[in-house]
Design a protein. Structure first.
Lengths: 499, 148
């Protein structure tokens, strides 16, 4: 009965007209950036973070969440219509979605994607409501040692499930941890790596870092390519035919299940979920040869999965205060800006915030179906806006966003530096996402490590003596072990090589 | 032995090593402390050594086994996009938001593959007006409007 009470509280918060308005604004913006290739949720969230400072916490967080799952809806539109992923998680949707469009089934593909996403969103919302209370109950028993071990697990999970070279991903995490150390040491007051600059004594702002790595560097990468977009496809009827419905429904179920599970894992989220769901769908299909040629399952499963994954990745963030992907890292940042300490206490101390966010997701999903289906024409027109008009806008927003954080022009300059660094990382095949996670978790890890060691009088065995901490470390070790196994490596490479 | 080629892994490894060495040199002065009472230098030193070790693994693998070649660097968009944002940083406090936005857009737009002067000017002015309307009047962010 508690569940219903909680959800009722959540819906009463989410249906507040003011919150409803920001929810709508968030999903609308999410759809917009999802549709537009070249700008994803990470830079958008980073740009909007400073502005949310001027909003109350609940509408601010509702809006920011809406951007992430809204982008999952929008991303499929450009994937299907112009074969460009509007959002990175929609990469797999291009494969079959665009083929469907070329066969004149664009409308059906869009409808399957949107309705599948809505179903997945509903399930994910319920799952969040059910899974969160026990998880945060568990987390309330965590001490410093457990938190440290949990963060180790989170970081290792992020590496295992990330794309590309494992060693490089680990090195990027360490680099992120290292950048997280810049600033004044809390325990001793010592200035570390500040070059004597007073601007750095509070550390590097994560908006600054995220905006450079994901915003500036991405603009430059996008400018490398010649622009050639054509919307050849005619949308046609939105109604899928009977055969398509028959194939799509079970695929949506499977995609939802895969996405819900993978979203919760550290390192998980929309992208991984979509890839895994597509691979799984193709593997278990009796007619795998249809994939890549416009199989409706190839749209339904990953689209359901990416939306489910986007939403369930909020679970560890809201209950444990541990971000599983860069978007969640920014959500943690948003909470911190609002003066909320992320962690298991959020649920008990601010139930209206916690349940309001969860309930708003279901409302947001319902809005998204309407925004994306009947209004599809508007988004198609928007796709015609060329990137050369778009990126100066992003650049200006970057500047205003970073500057307004602390009214510091120095930080805008720092963003430029991270932009250059981010571009070099891309060229060297180093993923910036693990770095951002390391950066966010770094200071927290150091604090908990020190605290745990002080409590244990300097005995490092404390991490192995406490049962929860030991379990977490064992899972981490197991994950690392699995990764080294050649079999797993192959599967992992395959899962990401589909495109 | 094939011909030795510079590749992503080799350079990435060198980069990690460079960061590690850089951190060790800079962090030399920070007190280490003991594991019971860790000094501010404890964790940085550990991290830097791990970074160096990983750099050797990545770079060594690249040097011995080879790796993907490094894509071309496109300096024009990189320089001009960065210059655009730098322009914003340098101008915002001196000349105010609208002028800084206009300058940023123009410099940044030079980094694109096509530059249409009229279009860029219209975009710049429109963005300047929108920025002032949304951020200064709408959200009342503290930003200078006029040159000081």
């Amino acid at each position: 009965m508690d569940l219903l009470g909680n959800l009722a509280l959540g819906f009463s918060v989410a249906f507040d007209p003011y919150n409803l308005m920001f929810c709508f604004f968030g999903v609308l913006l999410g759809t917009l950036i999802g549709v537009l290739p070249g700008i994803g949720p990470v830079p958008t969230l980073a740009m909007l973070l400073p502005i949310t400072f001027y909003l109350p916490p609940i509408p601010a967080l509702i809006m920011l969440s809406g951007i992430y799952y809204g982008a999952q809806y929008g991303g499929s539109t450009s994937a299907i219509l112009i074969n460009l992923p509007g959002e990175s998680a929609a990469v797999v949707t291009c494969l079959d979605g665009h083929q469907m469009a070329r066969k004149g089934r664009a409308g059906a593909a869009l409808a399957v994607a949107a309705v599948g996403s809505f179903f997945a969103g509903t399930v994910a919302t319920l799952l969040m409501a059910i899974a969160s209370p026990p998880l945060s109950q568990l987390a309330l028993q965590f001490g410093a040692a457990e938190y440290f071990s949990l963060m180790v697990l989170g970081l290792i999970g992020a590496v295992v499930l990330a794309q590309g070279s494992l060693v490089k991903a680990v090195a990027m995490i360490i680099l992120g941890l290292f950048f997280g150390l810049v600033g004044t040491d809390l325990n001793s007051g010592q200035q570390r790596f500040t070059f004597g600059l007073p601007e750095l004594s509070d550390g590097i702002g994560f908006v600054t870092l995220a905006m450079g790595l994901f915003g500036v560097a991405e603009i430059v990468t996008n400018l490398e390519k010649r622009e050639g977009r054509s919307i050849g496809a005619i949308i046609g009827s939105l109604m899928p035919n009977r055969e398509e419905i028959r194939r799509a429904i079970p695929a949506v179920f499977r995609g939802t299940a895969i996405g819900s599970v993978l979203g919760i894992l550290p390192g998980g989220g929309a992208l991984l979920s979509a890839f895994a769901a597509y691979t799984f769908e193709k593997k278990m299909s009796k007619t795998p040869e249809r994939f890549g040629k416009g199989a409706v399952e190839g749209v339904a499963a990953p689209e359901a999965a990416n939306n489910a994954g986007a939403q369930t990745s909020f679970i560890p963030m809201l209950t444990l205060g541990i971000p599983s992907n860069p978007v969640m890292a920014l959500m943690i940042g948003a909470m911190t800006i609002q003066g909320i300490a992320p962690g298991p206490r959020v649920m008990t101390q601010q139930p209206d915030l916690f349940w309001g966010i969860i309930a708003s997701m279901w409302i947001g999903n319902a809005m998204l179906v309407i925004i994306n289906l009947p209004l599809i024409g508007i988004w198609v027109r928007l796709l015609k806006v060329p990137y050369r008009l778009l990126y100066p806008m992003i650049l200006v927003l970057c500047g205003i966003g970073v500057y307004s954080l602390n009214s510091s022009a120095f930080e805008v300059g720092l963003t430029v530096m991270f932009g250059v660094l981010g571009y070099i990382f891309i060229k060297l095949g180093c993923e910036p996402a693990p770095m951002l996670l390391g950066f966010i978790l770094g200071p927290l890890m150091e604090e908990n490590l020190r605290r745990a060691l002080v409590l244990s009088r300097g005995d490092p065995l404390v991490f192995f003596q406490r049962p929860i901490s030991l379990t977490l470390l064992c899972i981490s070790a197991l994950l690392l072990l699995i990764v080294v196994l050649p079999n797993f490596r192959k599967t992992r490479e395959e899962a990401f090589k589909e495109v | 032995m094939g011909r030795f080629k510079v590749n992503q892994d080799l350079v990435a490894g060198l980069m990690f090593i460079a960061f590690g060495v850089f951190g060790l040199v800079l962090g030399k002065a920070y007190p280490m402390g003991t594991s019971l009472r860790m000094g501010p230098g404890y964790l940085p030193t550990v991290l830097c050594w791990i970074l160096i070790a990983l750099g050797i693994i990545v770079g060594g693998k690249g040097a011995v086994l080879g790796g993907l070649s490094i894509d071309r660097f496109y300096f024009r968009p990189l320089l001009l996009v960065c210059a655009g944002l730098m322009t914003f940083a340098l101008l915002i406090e001196g000349v105010g938001l609208p002028a800084a936005v206009i300058a940023t857009v123009i410099v940044g737009a030079l980094g694109g593959q096509e530059f249409r002067l009229l279009e860029v000017i219209i975009l710049a002015v429109a963005l300047a007006i929108a920025a002032v309307a949304i951020f200064v009047y709408g959200l009342s962010l503290p930003m200078p409007l006029y040159p000081r």
